[in-house]
Write a protein that binds this ligand. Sequence first.
Ligand SMILES: [Zn+2]
Length: 282
Amino acid sequence: MDEDFQEAVLNIVKQIPEGKVTTYGEIAKEITGSVRAVGQAVAKNPYPLIIPCHRVVRSNGDVGGYSLGVDKKIRLLRAEGIEIKGRKVVNFEKILFKKSQFQIKMAIREKKGEKELLRFVTDRMLGKLSTWLRILGHDTVYAAEVKSKSVEGDEDEDKALVAFAEHEARILLTRDKNLASSARKRGVQCVQIKTDDAMEQLKELLRHNININLEPVPARCSECNARIRKVEEWEEDILKDKSYVPTDMVGKWDFWVCVRCGRIYWEGGHWRNMRERLKLLK
Ligand SMILES: [Zn+2]
């Protein structure tokens, strides 16, 4: 299947608010694909609970299929306040999330040259988790960075976070129940984190199928979220300007540099230590 097509489909699925459903047909109208192709793209959703594909049903109101089983789909929909009789959604027309309500958010992503389906924004309580997610290569914006970007005069950080997540089609990670519920009402996908320890929080995300590479390779700057790239031999001079770099290891170890802020990373004891901690998650 065409990856761009699947991404386009799942980007629409991400927008369906709790308490609403849409149909394969509505999505097909928006992205000019066949209903069958949309069905296949939805069925291949790699993150069934975070990208809420259980909210996509057939155009006659029948709940349709689900990768985790139809019973589970019905249970999830009922838990979100949707009434189902037999296999049919009651008041189907009333709770239909229509094509005209979809927003095409892909333009923003393309501009940034990012091709990731799951991108995050975290609340103030989740600074450490944000650092870990970045180390693991996930595009993650931390609350403190959102505030400075938000429109001047916007004092309410919660509101700014939800608006930012909505605008960039990011998954909101939060410890705050109220924030989670106000995000969900706006159609922002959200994972409410239950624990305080960053390692436990990563475990919670593992349960949501979020890919956590237990052999991390340097991919993203933990300071600023930009990509990092390997320092080539001919440019090792840039390492000598930085006081914190162990220059005696230049030429022996691999070094990486953040393309935005210039921070240097290397595979030393720090990296090994992280790898050990991640192994404990297994
Ligand atoms: Zn950086």
